[in-house]
Ligand binder design. Structure first.
Ligand code: ADP
Ligand code: MG
Length: 318
């Protein structure tokens, strides 16, 4: 498209340098030198406007989130990120938009030493697709299909903030900046995921909602899970926004876009995981356990069976 090469030059000027990038942006393809003896871990995620982020999202936040959701997938595998590629579809070749997008992208790429090594730039509806490549020691990746009966189920950080922000945005009412920041700038839990690789049995990042994502782990592992919805971690901002426990449970258990890690680990690893959580600066707490059978059974604190009612969303709008 018109101005495509000017945009690519702007992107190229800002990329993180790494020794294992033999040839980055500028040729027909990138040349990369993987470290000997490592397994390559690859993930890709697309963000479409009004589907994966609200239309009023700032370009810098789109840049951050496009990389963050991909790094979150590597975190859930216990991998160390190295390289990424970026496919940008833009309604117009807007250099200011691209610069702002790169501000957010770079704010996450630089501290994690992720080099952008190539991509594609086209004209079309606003859409951003990123692929990330990282490494893990052979056999050490955290997979979905390794949960074992008797494992504890853990979750990092807090749940429900991003879903609350989206509900507020959709309702058009009060908007809490702290919640919106969780929606726009999710923190990939890379340090936690890498440290867990030696202790956890299975892991997934929570992108579609805790119950759905833990359900994926159960299905892949051929096990069931029991969780206590009242044990799910909630931020202060969520407690303020959703004072009603019923609303809050729906947002925490079924809301999406948290990008926390849900993982299972043997009970003898409890002390080690508490220490890893402390050292990585990412809290992690136990919310239930893996049992024989299939599916996720949720109960409230008093042991009553609980399923998310869609009504929780409607009430939240008021
Ligand atoms: P080709 O026509 O050979 O596919 P392009 O003109 O699409 O080449 O891209 C030229 C170079 O710029 C390539 O190295 C490509 O990887 C890189 N590139 C294009 N768009 C992007 C982008 N959005 N982000 C990073 N690199 C890009
Ligand atoms: Mg191309």
């Amino acid at each position: 498209m018109a101005g495509e090469f000017a945009l690519i030059d702007r992107i190229r000027a800002r990329v993180v340098r790494r020794d294992d990038v033999v040839l980055g942006i500028g040729d027909d393809a990138a040349l990369l030198q993987p470290a000997a003896g490592e397994q390559l871990v690859v993930a890709m995620d697309t963000l479409n406007v009004d589907v994966h982020f609200p239309g009023d999202t700032a370009p810098a936040d789109i840049g951050w989130k496009a990389l963050a959701v991909n790094l979150s997938d590597l975190a859930a595998m216990g991998a160390r990120p190295a390289w990424c590629t970026l496919s940008l579809s833009l309604p117009a070749p807007d250099a200011g938009w691209v610069d702002a997008f790169l501000d957010g992208f770079d704010a996450l790429a630089r501290p994690h030493a992720v080099a952008l090594v190539g991509g594609d730039t086209t004209r079309g509806p606003l859409s951003v697709c990123v692929a990330v490549h990282g490494f893990v020691a052979p056999g050490r990746a955290l997979r979905r299909d390794r949960a074992q009966v008797g494992d504890d189920v853990w979750v990092s950080g807090t749940l429900g903030d991003a879903a609350a922000a989206l509900a507020q945005w959709t309702a058009g009412g009060a908007r809490d900046a702290a919640l919106r920041r969780r929606l726009d700038r999710p923190e990939p839990r890379l340090a936690l995921g890498q440290a867990l690789a030696a202790h956890a049995h299975a892991a997934i990042d929570v992108s579609d909602g805790l119950l759905a994502d833990l359900g994926h782990v159960c299905r892949a592992s051929g096990v069931g899970a029991q969780i206590d919805v009242d044990a799910l971690p909630a931020s202060e901002a969520l407690r303020r926004a959703a004072a009603d426990a019923g609303q809050r449970r729906v947002l925490q258990a079924a809301g999406g876009d948290d990008y926390e890690l849900c993982f299972t680990a043997p009970q003898h690893a409890r002390a080690a995981i508490d220490e890893i959580a402390r050292a990585s600066g990412t809290p992690a707490i136990r919310i239930g356990r893996i049992v024989a059978g299939d599916g996720v059974v949720a109960t409230t604190g008093d042991g009553t069976a609980w399923t998310p009612a869609r009504a929780g969303w409607d009430h939240f709008a008021g």
